[in-house]
Write a protein that binds this ligand. Structure first.
Ligand code: NAD
Length: 342
């Protein structure tokens, strides 16, 4: 059932760098939902990238202010602000990479799936605009529930007749790997900058599956501690939601994670080799039609899916336990587009 692809050492590939000077020059990056809790710090980080010459910010509110503010920073990227649906096409025209954090975040007591009703139609409409205006762009979807919003965007791309979307559509799950690196390095007193833990599956609760057995450097934990770490990584988003007490979910760490993802994509677009990041993509690696695994990025998006690798029994069990929820989330997204397409 699981592929056992030989993989390059993920530790090197899944580095924690965000931007390098060799990243693609002249890249245009669009952020949809740029005025939000994630959108603003993400746009700030992107503005510091030497790879980006045009940073286009779209939201239904406040983008002129965010764009004016960022435009004063002494880095090369030109910043433009686009507000409201009439200005969406101009934001997307010629984009190489589109990042989508538009939509509502969780409040305490909510699951990511509780966001579905509001965020599904936001993603449907934004994906439709991307499919029309920049069908060749790489698209990173941050909006939750990622397990459903990626299938929503995929269904839109299929209906719009976009070819090869499977290689260019990503659910951004980088934050799960960022958290896993932090918590596991802390638990073992290791230097976090060198820690690399693949996280596979999906992006909600039990569908988040850290592969601690594949961490580099290698770490080992007694079963109870491994379980506790796994559960902490799965619930880390809720930790933040509760600490923020109604003021939203992870924004700053998410902005960092999305910037790291963007940096890898831009580096790969520029011809940089060995760029690997875990992401939720169309997949044949397991029984679920979308699944996060380490992805080797290339000029055309997904160059190779590096698969789940060799898992221990505990991790195989986690994948099996995630299947039902993941498949239901995927189906919910696909059904939404079938019922709301016009
Ligand atoms: P936020 O409410 O602070 O910001 C959302 C922004 O989206 C707002 O500026 C809002 O005006 C904008 N928006 C709403 N509808 C829009 C539309 N139709 N077009 C364009 N923009 C629109 O929320 P946030 O904290 O930035 O979170 C955004 C999303 O990211 C949420 O769905 C949240 O659950 C998700 N999230 C994902 C991850 C992940 O790991 N993938 C992590 C944290 C949060």
């Amino acid at each position: 059932m699981f592929s056992r692809l030989a993989r390059p050492a993920l530790s090197k590939c899944m580095s924690q760098r965000t931007f390098t000077t060799s990243s693609k020059t002249n890249a245009k990056v669009a952020v949809l939902g740029a005025s939000g809790g994630i959108g603003q710090p993400l746009s700030l980080l992107l503005k510091t990238s030497p790879a980006i010459t045009q940073l286009s910010l779209y939201d239904i509110a406040h983008t002129p202010g965010v764009a004016a503010d960022l435009s004063h920073i002494e880095t090369p990227a030109k910043v433009s602000g686009h507000m409201g649906p009439d200005e969406l096409d101009a934001c997307l025209e010629g984009a190489d990479l589109v990042l989508i954090p538009a939509g509502v975040p969780r409040k305490p007591g909510m699951t990511r799936d509780d966001l579905f009703n509001t965020n599904a139609s936001i993603v449907l409409n934004l994906a439709k605009a991307c499919a029309k205006k920049c069908p060749q762009a790489m698209v990173g979807i941050i909006t939750n529930p990622v397990n459903s919003t990626v299938p929503i965007a995929a269904e839109v791309y299929k209906r719009e007749g976009v070819q090869g979307w499977e290689k260019r559509l990503f659910g951004v799950t980088t934050l799960d790997a960022v958290r896993a690196n932090t918590f596991i390095a802390e638990a073992r007193g290791l230097e976090v900058a060198h820690m690399s833990v693949p996280v596979i599956g999906g992006h909600s609760g039990v569908t988040i599956i850290p592969l601690i057995s594949q961490a580099t450097p290698a770490v080992s934990f007694p079963p109870e501690e491994r379980k506790a770490l796994t559960v902490r990584i799965q619930n880390a988003g809720t930790e933040v939601v509760e600490a923020k007490a109604g003021a939203g979910s992870a924004t700053l760490s998410m902005a960092f994670a999305a910037a790291r993802f963007a940096g890898k994509v831009l580096e790969a677009l520029a011809g940089g080799e060995g760029q690997v990041e875990c992401a939720f993509v169309k997949s044949n690696e397991t029984d679920s039609s979308y699944f996060a695994t380490p992805i080797l990025l290339g000029k055309n998006g997904v160059e190779a899916n590096l698969g789940v690798g060799k898992m221990i029994e505990y991790e195989i069990q986690l994948v099996s336990e995630a299947k039902e929820e993941l498949q239901a989330n995927i189906k919910k997204g696909e059904d939404f587009v079938a019922q709301n397409w016009s």
